[in-house]
Ligand binder design. Structure first.
Ligand code: SAM
Length: 277
């Protein structure tokens, strides 16, 4: 583990390389939807992808998303938060017709490269969820928004707008699969991530540095001592489920760490499966 001095030195070096994040003088005041663009700097994206073991992640998720989609007979999938391409690649390999979108151009490029390395060609597009249907045409059987991505929206109006765009991009019987951290547990009980490696691999430590009702600031520490942060909105489970219903989804089933039954504060991650019919 690097000392604070070493960490600062690494951060300074990366700053010169143009690879650091900028949260200004008071990072916990940064509560803006558009800031996600600046948080996924290439230093973070590259390091993340180098260290996250895709095989291990695939193993811990198992067939969950594939089974959910297959059980509903879905074929065309829009991955709206493709990030570096993990889920898009898994679904492509499983035979789905996948279109991969992200609001960060850096991520879209990385996803395309990652797929190419595995002998696959991804259909990619750069689009922000709030204007999704302006940039993405056609209707899909399913939309996935995974890896705790929706949490980047800070304003309720942005969340409503993004969900309405997802709803409109789905066929009449489409399904939205959206996951999030179990923020209720962190806010009400505290952070105790027994599955902290599910998402991050065993080399990156992800921990909340600041939590209040409208900010979850997470710190990601890498083995070389470098540190990155994400500022996110802590979505409460009931709030999120209700929002999806208000936008028009008829049924919302929530799974805790991929299980149908769970104690409220137990799971680290929640997956909402929202059906239009
Ligand atoms: N799904 C990927 C995974 O699980 O590895 C990536 C998850 S990453 C935590 C969140 C992603 O959401 C980032 O790639 C970010 O650029 C994207 N994102 C955040 N806000 C967005 C928005 N308003 N429109 C489009 N993409 C957005």
């Amino acid at each position: 583990m690097a000392s604070n001095q070493e960490t600062t030195a690494i951060a300074e070096k990366e700053s010169k390389d143009g690879a650091t994040q900028d949260f200004g003088d008071n990072p916990i005041e940064v509560r803006e939807t558009d800031h996600y663009q600046e948080e996924y700097v290439h230093g973070f994206v590259d390091k993340w992808d180098e260290l996250i073991d895709w095989d291990a992640r695939a193993q811990s998720e198992g067939q969950f998303f594939i089974d959910m989609l297959k059980a509903r007979g879905k074929k065309t999938v829009l991955d709206v938060a493709c990030g570096t391409g993990f889920h898009s690649v898994q679904l492509l390999k499983a035979g789905f017709d996948v279109t991969s979108v992200d609001g960060s151009a850096e991520m879209v490029t990385k996803a395309f490269e990652n797929a190419r390395k595995r002998g696959l060609v991804l259909k990619t597009a750069h689009a922000d969820w709030r204007w999704l249907n302006r940039d993405i045409h056609g209707k899909f059987d399913a939309i996935i928004c995974l890896g705790n991505s929706f949490t980047h929206l800070f304003k309720e109006s942005d969340r409503r707008r993004a969900l309405a765009e997802f709803y409109a991009a789905l066929k009449h019987d489409g399904v939205l699969i959206l996951d999030q951290r179990n923020y209720d547990a962190i806010l009400d009980v505290g952070f105790d991530s027994k599955h902290k490696y599910y998402y991050c691999g065993d080399q990156v430590t992800a921990e909340p540095e600041h939590m209040d009702n409208s900010l979850a600031r997470f710190r990601y520490t890498f083995p070389d001592g470098s540190v990155y942060h994400l500022n996110m909105f802590p979505l409460r489970r009931a709030y999120m489920r209700n929002l999806m219903k208000e936008v028009g989804f008829q049924k919302v089933n929530t799974y805790g760490d991929f299980q149908e039954t769970f104690d409220d504060h137990d799971p680290d991650f929640l997956v909402h499966i929202a059906d239009k019919t």
